[in-house]
Design a protein around this ligand. Structure first.
Ligand SMILES: [Zn+2]
Length: 345
């Protein structure tokens, strides 16, 4: 330890990076002075302090001691902590490195990369990569991503405001995510629609899969389970978090259209599950959702009736030639298709 007066400011202090985390910057300062982190903190009168804990609980005494030694204001130091993140959102923030930017120096970690709803580097505006190397560009075509990004930004803004306790819109972020992570139908077996083995467990059909069909088309089986509500963003792949953020952006922009479409596609059980999550939504919004659902169902019923009557007219017209092979094929297909709507047929 160098013999420096206890109140001396460090002679050279590199500026922190944009949005750099306090733990990242203190680590880099210690490296700059070629000191172990513990010794550096001791030098800053922070004996035995856990560097990772500082960015969550930077006490007044600790902040003043650091500010004095480093030559920054207490407010500047607090900007590098997660103090603005409300208690309800803290479990969602990555404690470790979070996602990473392929351009940033590997030892520089930014606050924004610790938020599971953020997918871009704040400095370089490139897509972040998950710690396991997962990259969104590997999963979805760039053109698809570009159009999804608009909704991802909308969802991220809502989540960021909610995390800071500043989101007052209704339905709230948790209400939206509760709906999106609820199943709209009983599970489907993947064996009908994919080459996966028969032993693969049935895929749960969450509402957000209808809101973001782009994800549903490419999500691998292991990425199918989702936690309920806001907890969904604490687990899962980078792709799944991106899809949930996109879904939030979309449903918050058009709740009537998306909720009515999900309800239209639901089965008996799914509609019950979805109803339960909607109970706390604003009544005026629910009225508009169910008015839209009523119109969608009426349109579907009319379309089905038109299909049935046109089939009956065609059958009548062709009845003079019942042995036509093409008629036999068409009749069989149409009977199968119409069975659910015409049980007497
Ligand atoms: Zn970067």
């Amino acid at each position: 330890m160098r013999s420096v007066p206890s109140s001396a400011v460090l002679p050279v202090v590199p500026r922190p990076g944009r949005e750099e985390r306090l733990s990242s910057w203190l680590n880099r300062l210690a490296l700059f002075y070629a000191m172990p982190v513990a010794s550096f903190l001791e030098y800053c009168s922070l004996n035995g302090v856990d560097i990772a804990a500082l960015e969550w609980r930077l006490g007044d005494d600790e902040a003043i001691a650091l500010a004095t030694r480093i030559g920054m204001t207490v407010d500047e130091l607090r900007m590098m902590t997660f103090q603005e993140i409300a208690r309800h959102a803290r479990p969602m923030i990555y404690r470790g490195g979070g996602n990473s930017c392929p351009v940033c120096p590997p030892d520089l970690r930014r606050k924004t990369a610790a938020f599971p709803w953020n997918f871009w580097c704040v400095e370089h505006n490139v897509r972040l990569i998950a710690r396991d190397g997962e990259n969104l560009v590997m999963k979805l075509p760039e053109t698809t991503l570009t159009s999804l990004d608009v909704n991802a930004h909308q969802g991220a803004m809502r989540l960021a405001a909610w995390a800071q306790g500043k989101d007052t819109a209704a339905p709230s972020v948790p209400q939206h995510l509760d709906f999106l992570t609820t199943r709209y139908r009983r599970p489907r077996s993947p064996s009908f629609e994919s080459p996966l083995p028969q032993s693969t467990p049935p895929w749960p059909r969450y509402a957000f899969l209808l809101v973001v069909p782009e994800y549903d088309r490419v999500a691998p089986a292991f990425d199918r389970p989702v936690r309920a509500g806001v907890s969904s963003l604490t687990r899962g792949s980078l792709l799944q978090k991106y899809a949930l953020t996109v879904a939030l952006g979309r449903i918050a922009t058009d709740p009537v259209g998306h909720v009515a479409s999900v309800l239209l596609a639901s089965d008996y059980d799914g509609e019950e599950w979805l109803h339960q999550t909607l109970q706390t939504w604003p009544l005026e919004l629910l009225n508009r959702i169910y008015a839209r659902l009523y119109r969608l169902r009426a349109a579907r019923r009319n379309a089905a009736e038109r299909e049935v009557s046109s089939w009956a007219a065609w059958k009548e017209h062709k009845s003079q030639n019942p042995d036509s092979p093409s008629l036999k094929i068409v009749r069989r297909e149409s009977q199968n298709h119409a069975r659910s709507r015409r049980p007497s047929h």
